[in-house]
Design a protein around this ligand. Sequence first.
Ligand SMILES: O=c1ccn([C@@H]2O[C@H](COP(=O)(O)OP(=O)(O)O[C@H]3OC[C@@H](O)[C@H](O)[C@H]3O)[C@@H](O)[C@H]2O)c(=O)[nH]1
Length: 256
Amino acid sequence: MGSELIYRGSETQPSSDSYSPKPVKPWASVTRTIHYLLREQRLLFVFVGIAIATLIFTVFPTSPAPYVAPHSRFTTLIPDSITYFPIETQQKFSSAHRLGFGSANPTSKIPLGLKRKGLRIVVTGGAGFVGSHLVDRLIARGDSVIVVDNFFTGRKQNVMHHFGNPNFELIRHDVVEPLLLEVDQIYHLACPASPVHYKFNPVKTIKTNVVGTLNMLGLAKRVGATFLLTSTSEVYGDPLQHPQKETYWGNVNPIG
Ligand SMILES: O=c1ccn([C@@H]2O[C@H](COP(=O)(O)OP(=O)(O)O[C@H]3OC[C@@H](O)[C@H](O)[C@H]3O)[C@@H](O)[C@H]2O)c(=O)[nH]1
């Protein structure tokens, strides 16, 4: 029996004037969804999923509240021993630290799963007096810290207790030279602080302050990091108040 090749392309379909489109059933999609869920015990799996989620959120409703320094006037996660930061800076870093959880209330709890991740922080001059105490507190609150220091006045012993901690790194580096690091925050403290040290090589001190700060600001801009620049109590001149409050204007001879 030979096969018959039927060319349909040119055939004209019998046209009917009485043709009308299929009526759309309004509940068709709903019933199809219900049938889909009821088939193969899918609904059972949905209920089991809801039950597991409910159980988890009941047992672990929230994570613990963030640490608040005792006796602190401020909503701050920055060391209470370091009171040199202006109030605005403390508040800025404190709120940045809550990573956009929005609430200014220190006792508010962070929902499960939104717990803050440790930050990557570089502390220049972190082997010095103020820097090393700052490093201690940053490590204690769970951040990863990179100390950048040329050991001009700082000492390795100040940070030695963090050696071996995976959250700690120490780099011998002069901030006058550029440096590229991937970090979230930069605390810039690298500079000789006392007169005997900053007068030792005044041109180098200027370079550290100007070029060093420019380098670290450049790094902050490049990686989008927040930046804290420290000053010195020497800006108060020969202060008549001890300790100097944020509101104190100092006692400086403007003509040298
Ligand atoms: O060029 C330099 C100079 C200094 N440093 C380091 O910067 C650190 C300065 O720490 P110091 O212990 O001398 O000084 P302090 O911690 O008391 O002063 C700190 O607070 C006050 C600020 O004005 C200072 O800039 C800050 O360092 C040292 O670790 C020193 O080695 C550099 O890394 N690069």
